[in-house]
Design a protein around this ligand. Structure first.
Ligand code: NAD
Ligand code: UDP
Length: 327
C-alpha cells in the first residue's frame, strides 16, 4: 500500500488514538489533531517519537491548513456527560468541524470519513436500526446538541459530495468500548467497571431494561479503515458499524459484578431524559460492502477492558476542561 498523509481529527481520543496506531503500523504518515477537551497527551505519548507521527494541538471549530490525502474526522466529545458539558460547543464542533474538514478535503482532493453515530436514530422506533431509518430525535432535548450536530454534519458531508464531488464516507458508529476509554466519561461500561472494582454502588439508570449493543474498539477501528478504503459505487452512503449482540443495561451490571468478583450492589436512579430504550445495528450493509463482521465477543472484550481499568491511575485523569468562554 503506498504511503499516504492522513489527518485524524480527535486523534488523541479513545478511538482516534487506536486509529493513529493502526495507520502508522501500515506505514502511513499520520497527523493527529486534537484540542484535548476529552483526552490527554498520554493517549499518544508512545507515538510522539515515531517519524511518521505528528501531533497538532488545535480546535477544529477554527480553520486549519494542511496538505493531506485522507481525513478521518473524529473530533467531537462522544459521551453524554462530555457532550452535554458545553452543548453549544458540541454542536459547533460537529458543524464547524465538518465545514473545515470538508473544505480541506475539497482543496486537497482528499478522501474524508465522518465519524457519525447511532445517536442520529435518536430513541428508535425501528429495531434493529438499518441505515434507511430516518430516526426519532428530540430537537430540544439535552442530547440534541450531539444528535443534531452529527445529523447536520452528515448533511454537510453529503452536500459537499454532491456540490463539489468530494469523496466522502459516513460511518454510523454504535456504542464502542475498550481500553483507553476515559475513566470519567460517565459512559456505562467505564462507570460500571470502576464502580465494581472499587466495590461501590453500581448506578443503574431507569429499570435497566433499556438495551445497547457494544462493539470492541479493535473491531470498530478495523471497520473504519475498511470503509475508508472501500471502492464500491455506493461507498459515500452511510454505513452502520457496531456489534449485533444486544444486552440490557441490567445484564451488563450483573456481568460486570460477576466478572470482577465485586461486592457492589446495584442501586437504581432516574433514567436521564431522552435516554434511548433500545439500540442495535442492522449490519447487513456493512457486511456486504466491507466483508466485515465484528470478531470480538462481548465477554472477551469486557474482560480485556476490566483488566485495563485495573491498571489505570485515576490521578492522571480529570474531567473535561471548562471552556464555556470558547462557545
Ligand atoms: P473521545 O472523546 O475519546 O474522542 C474525541 C476526541 O476529539 C478527543 O480527543 C477530544 O479531545 C477531541 N475533540 C473534541 N472536540 C474537539 C475540537 N473542537 N477540536 C479538536 N478536537 C476535539 O471519543 P471517542 O469515543 O473516541 O469518539 C470518537 C468519535 O467517534 C467521535 O466523533 C464520536 O462522536 C464518534 N462515536 C463514538 C462512539 C463510541 O461509542 N465511542 C459512538 C458513536 C460515535
Ligand atoms: N447508564 C446507567 N448507569 C450509568 C451510566 C449509564 O445505567 O452509570 C445507562 C444509560 O442511562 C443508558 C446506557 O447505560 O441507558 C448507556 O449509556 P452511555 O452513557 O454509555 O451511552 P448512550 O446512552 O449514549 O448509549
Amino acid at each position: 500500500m503506498p504511503m499516504k498523509r492522513i489527518l485524524v481529527t480527535g486523534g488523541a481520543g479513545f478511538l482516534g488514538s487506536h486509529l493513529c496506531e493502526r495507520l502508522i503500523a501500515q506505514g502511513h504518515d499520520v497527523i493527529c489533531l486534537d484540542n484535548f477537551f476529552t483526552s490527554q497527551k498520554s493517549n499518544v505519548l508512545h507515538l510522539l517519537d515515531n517519524k511518521n507521527f505528528e501531533l497538532i494541538r488545535h480546535d477544529i471549530t477554527h480553520p486549519v491548513w494542511l496538505e493531506v490525502d485522507e481525513i478521518y474526522n473524529l473530533a467531537c466529545p462522544a459521551a453524554p456527560g462530555h457532550y452535554q458539558y458545553n452543548p453549544i460547543k458540541t454542536m459547533k464542533t460537529s458543524v464547524m468541524g465538518a465545514i473545515n474538514t470538508c473544505g480541506m478535503a475539497k482543496r486537497c482532493n482528499a478522501k474524508i470519513l465522518q465519524a457519525s453515530t447511532s445517536e442520529i436514530y435518536g430513541d428508535p422506533t425501528v429495531h434493529p436500526q438499518p441505515e434507511s431509518y430516518r430516526g426519532n430525535v428530540n430537537t430540544l432535548g439535552p442530547r440534541a446538541c450531539y444528535d443534531e450536530g452529527k445529523r447536520a454534519a452528515e448533511t454537510l458531508f453529503m452536500d459537499y459530495h454532491r456540490r463539489h464531488g468530494i469523496d466522502i464516507r459516513i460511518a454510523r458508529i454504535f456504542n464502542t468500548y475498550g481500553p483507553r476509554m476515559h475513566p470519567f466519561d460517565g459512559r456505562v461500561i467505564s462507570n460500571f467497571i470502576l464502580q465494581a472494582l472499587m466495590n461501590q454502588d453500581i448506578t443503574l439508570f431507569g429499570d435497566g431494561l433499556q438495551t445497547r449493543s457494544f462493539c470492541y474498539r479493535d473491531d470498530l477501528v478495523e471497520g473504519l479503515m475498511l470503509l475508508m478504503n472501500c471502492d464500491a459505487d455506493d461507498k459515500h452512503l452511510p454505513v452502520n458499524l457496531g456489534n449485533e449482540g444486544e444486552f440490557t443495561i441490567k445484564q451488563l451490571a450483573e456481568m460486570t459484578i460477576e466478572m470482577t468478583g465485586s461486592k457492589s450492589a446495584i442501586v437504581y436512579h432516574d433514567l436521564p431524559e431522552d435516554d434511548p430504550m433500545q439500540r442495535k445495528p442492522d449490519l447487513t450493509r456493512a457486511k456486504k460492502l466491507l466483508d466485515w463482521t465484528p470478531a470480538i465477543q462481548f465477554e472477551e472484550g469486557l474482560s480485556k477492558t476490566i483488566e485495563y481499568f485495573r491498571t489505570v491511575d485515576l490521578d492522571e485523569y480529570r474531567e473535561p476542561t471548562p471552556n464555556h468562554i470558547m462557545a
